[in-house]
Design a binder for this molecule. Structure first.
Ligand code: GAL
Length: 377
């Protein structure tokens, strides 16, 4: 790990090396940058490990951070692991072998990376967990994310307010979904929503005809969709509609923890003959994916929880700048994220609800999406 003292020493040494390098023959690699070319930032060699390209947010996350770091002259190796844990492990091993001094990791399955991260930490590599906490290991130094519990809370509160549950409205036919059981975030998303909604299930204002009920917050994995796949969510919704909605009753509200699941649920509802503005249920989401923002504009999704991943990239960039300057990175939460071995110093950003009226003033005007991305001229 980059301790402040060790970094300061490196920095001085780097300075000495740089002055010597100034005398080196032209074309000699600047500093000991490691990495394939050994070129670029001698004091800043970063491996970025993202889970997949199959969800657009991760493409944006990786490319945003890579651009910020390369603008600083850092050497960056960006890898996507196709949602395959073994591939992610190999990619991280290669980044370590390639001279990375800092690893930024968005885990596919956080519990499987302990050995490769401990090997990296034994070589004084600093490890930053990105968006998803790295669990079960001492070898994680910082965590940067959005407030995951708040994401779920916003989804639960949206349902509560839209349906007038606090005013005693109901009963409504309700179908809860949860995220991938191997994703530490999914537990926080579910718990945030369930802490709002469970009282209404107990009061009978929210009825779950499928019976797919998480008896306790810990049971959320029983209604989780592995790998966050849209098709698996669609298949699950098909099964619920065909098995439990045969007597003419309709689904009226769906808790979807993110947009990829919401997309599959919406496809299932369409194939079952549901129509927006007629009998379409209230559906939640997260990530402001392009297809889902279009669904929001088409009244096929009620909201998404927007996480401006550009801000997350900037935050991690700030952490890395501090580390390479021999300073402690700024954190704003040193209590919430216990990874089973240690409480990881974290920086939490705030997510926000986006509904139809917010698409233009929030998502388009901020530059997060282009009008053409969502079918606007
Ligand atoms: C979560 C992430 C969410 C969600 C999901 C699918 O860990 O925080 O933004 O989209 O993964 O990638």
């Amino acid at each position: 790990m980059f301790t402040v003292k060790k970094l300061a020493t490196m920095f001085v040494a780097g300075g000495v090396l740089a002055s010597l390098a100034a005398c080196a023959p032209p074309g000699a690699p600047a500093g000991g940058g490691g990495g394939e070319g050994g070129e670029g930032g001698a004091d800043c060699n970063v491996g970025i490990s993202m889970p997949t390209r199959s969800l657009e947010r991760w493409i944006n996350d990786g490319e945003n951070l890579q651009q910020l770091l390369e603008e600083d002259g850092c050497t960056v190796d960006l890898q996507y692991a196709d949602n395959r844990t073994e591939q992610q492990i190999t990619q991280i091993q290669n980044q370590v072998a390639g001279g990375a001094q800092i690893l930024v990791v968005a885990a596919i399955d956080a519990a499987t990376l302990g050995p490769v991260l401990e090997d990296a930490a034994s070589q004084d590599i600093t490890i930053i967990a990105y968006d998803r906490l790295l669990t079960g290991t001492e070898a994680v130094d910082y965590y940067a994310t959005f407030d995951n519990y708040q994401v779920g809370q916003l989804q639960g509160q949206f349902i509560e307010e839209e349906l007038g549950l606090a005013d005693g409205e109901g009963p409504y036919n309700f179908e809860p979904f949860a995220g991938s059981p191997d994703d530490n975030n999914a537990g926080f998303f579910f718990q945030g929503a369930w802490d709002v909604l469970q009282p209404y299930v107990e009061s009978g204002q929210l009825v779950i005809p499928s019976g797919k009920l998480s008896a306790t917050n810990d049971d959320w994995k029983s209604i989780g969709i592995l790998g966050w796949g849209s098709q698996d969510a669609q298949d699950e919704m098909d099964n619920r509609l065909q098995s439990f909605y045969t007597g003419g009753q309709k689904v009226e509200v769906v808790l979807s923890p993110n947009d990829s699941l919401a997309l599959g649920i919406e496809a299932s509802l369409k194939s079952a003959g549901y129509q927006p503005g007629v009998d379409w249920p209230l559906i939640t989401g997260q990530d402001a994916d392009k297809a889902n923002v279009q669904a929001i504009l088409n009244d096929e999704q009620a909201m998404t929880v927007w996480k401006d991943t550009r801000e997350l990239g900037k935050r991690v960039h700030e952490m890395i700048k501090s580390l390479t300057a021999g300073e402690e990175p700024e954190v704003n939460d040193t209590e919430t994220y216990d990874n089973g071995v240690k409480v990881v110093p974290s920086y939490l950003l705030d997510p926000q609800v986006v509904v139809k009226e917010d698409v233009e003033p929030v998502l388009i005007e901020s530059g997060f999406l282009d009008p053409a991305d969502v079918g606007l001229s």
